[in-house]
Design a protein around this ligand. Structure first.
Ligand code: C5J
Length: 237
């Protein structure tokens, strides 16, 4: 897949064809937020696998997300990558989170890619295809939502960000939690349909339906091709 650049220039506010209605996208005040595209969730031997999930399901979104990331970078947008992780001594992991689950491996245990969900371990890093570039925000978060015990809101405010394009995994856990937290803080949020995935197809479908219900009670959804089109990018197959 390749991108053909923008002609004519994108206006300060462009419209994305979205559900439940068009999303106004002010590109200079918008951040692309990529949630937890970590080996711990996408590859065998990590946290997702330890919980009994088919982690390969999540890899299907990588090409579309990579294309969107390329376009947003070219647009000069703020890029935020989140990582769900804990300190090696687990001091930032609530006992309830540590105890949860019935898998053979728990947070902090040694798995096939190092200690599970621990900052700095090989499995905790972002996958190579979506590796952050210098200057992009890499936000470590101990919870499911990106606003919980992190400087996320302050970082967005410093940059004058009012709108978020949400992507990543998993749709109904960290992505939806972050979208709801952002919505309550007054951010306009669009969840990019083909750039988010769940271990459970029905949960993804339900999340897309519930965030846009009641006139967009939590926000908007749209396929990445609609976001790219709004920014005057054409995707060639
Ligand atoms: C989960 C996440 N599913 N990134 N984390 O535990 O959604």
């Amino acid at each position: 897949m390749s991108l053909v650049p923008s002609v004519p220039p994108v206006p300060p506010v462009t419209l994305v064809s979205a559900q439940p209605y068009d999303f106004e996208l002010p590109t200079q005040h918008c951040a692309l937020v990529i949630i937890d595209m970590q080996r711990d969730f996408l590859e065998p031997g990590g946290f997702g696998d330890a919980l009994g999930n088919d982690v390969l399901r999540l890899q299907a979104i990588v090409p579309a997300l990579k294309t969107l990331l390329t376009a947003c970078r070219a647009q000069g947008m703020t890029i935020v990558h989140t990582i769900e992780c804990h300190r090696p001594d687990l001091s930032d992991c609530p006992p309830a989170k540590l105890k949860r689950g019935e898998g053979s491996l728990k947070i902090g245990d040694r798995g096939g890619m190092g200690r599970i969900l621990i900052a700095g371990e090989p499995g905790n890093g972002i996958i190579d295809d979506l590796a952050p570039l210098p200057g992009e925000i890499v936000l470590e978060k101990p919870g499911k939502g990106a606003f919980c015990r992190t400087p996320f809101e302050a970082l967005l405010q410093e940059r004058g960000i009012t709108h978020l394009l949400l992507t990543g995994v998993t749709t109904e856990v960290c992505v939806q939690t972050t979208m709801r937290e952002a919505n309550d803080r007054g951010y306009e949020c669009l969840l990019v349909e083909d750039c988010t995935e769940s271990y459970f197809a029905a949960f993804k479908e339900a999340t897309l339906a519930m965030v846009t219900a009641q006139g967009g009670i939590v926000g908007w959804t749209a396929p990445s091709t609609n976001v790219l089109a709004a920014m005057n990018w054409n995707v060639l197959a």
